[in-house]
Design a binder for this molecule. Sequence first.
Ligand code: G3I
Length: 323
Amino acid sequence: GLFIGSAVAGGGHHDDASYPDPFTSDQAYRDVLAGEFSSLSPENQMKWEYIHPARDTYDFETADRIVDFAERNGQVLRGHTLLWHSQNPEWLESGDFSPEQLREILHDHISTVVGRYAGRIQQWDVANEIFDESGQLRTRDNIWIRELGPGIIADAFRWAREADPNAKLFLNDYGVESINAKSNAYYDLVQQLQADGVPVDGFSAQAHLDLDDGYPADLTRNLQRFADLGLETAITELDVRMTLPEGGTPTEQQLAEQASYYGRALDACLRVRTCHSFTVWGLPDKYSWVPSTFPEQGAATIMWDDFTRKPAYDELLDGLNAA
Ligand code: G3I
């Protein structure tokens, strides 16, 4: 009952020849995705800027290919994402829309995208990263919350449920692995949404971990409190980055520590009854988002660039075999 997933790397612009898309161009990569995982998450290809390039235009080409690929390989999918402050198209962010128009745009987007894949997506990240680090709703940088107020979050869930009654609908964020201001904000929000009859099914921790930050030792306890509210839980974007030594190759000790982080995160999911989905945010290291965002850091995934296994891979395998 546990699905083991990977992000599917790619820029999403199937027509951008200057930017090779691993999912299109790398057969060895596709073989690993098909052979090692039971769930896939498009890393970018279902985000607004790729799937909704103009107000009246949707571009499903790459997303369709990922969904077809998953089905051919007997895999489920996590849809990512519907209401977010980032990777929105320019036409939306700098458009001059009235609140009524924006509402209609979001409703149309959710109905169209969720409706297109209805019955084929196991879990949708309906609302992504809606709180900031201090546990405040992103009222400035999230266009939906800023222009339409926090009630739009409930509407997004309702519209997603209408478009696909079978998909599990999630709140998803980073920095919510531990019990802290941000995860507390989710804990409160979930209870409010439930009291209002809003169809929210799940809470997920992305789990972009960093050896420099230490391991979130209360991950199990945190997921458990959401499970106790009746929610599905999930780990959706696990990776473990580190500051690389001169030369760029991680030390044995770093690799061992990384393996232990991966193993403990899996263990946390295995211990929480409602955690059915455990996803790593891509592989191998050459396709990871980390180095472009954190230039000193890297080596965050479970595979070397030639698809051989790092200690973290073996740790996960051991954990699954022991379960
Ligand atoms: O598609 C363009 C391509 O046309 C262009 O030539 C190229 C030049 O740099 O950029 C390409 O777009 C990049 C895209 O990834 C595809 O590689 C964007 O610049 C880059 O910003 C984008 O980064 C993604 C990031 O989200 C953006 O927020 C990462 O791949 C993706 O891993 C990352 O994923 C997020 C989750 O969605 C939410 N949680 C955090 C996680 C990590 O940041």
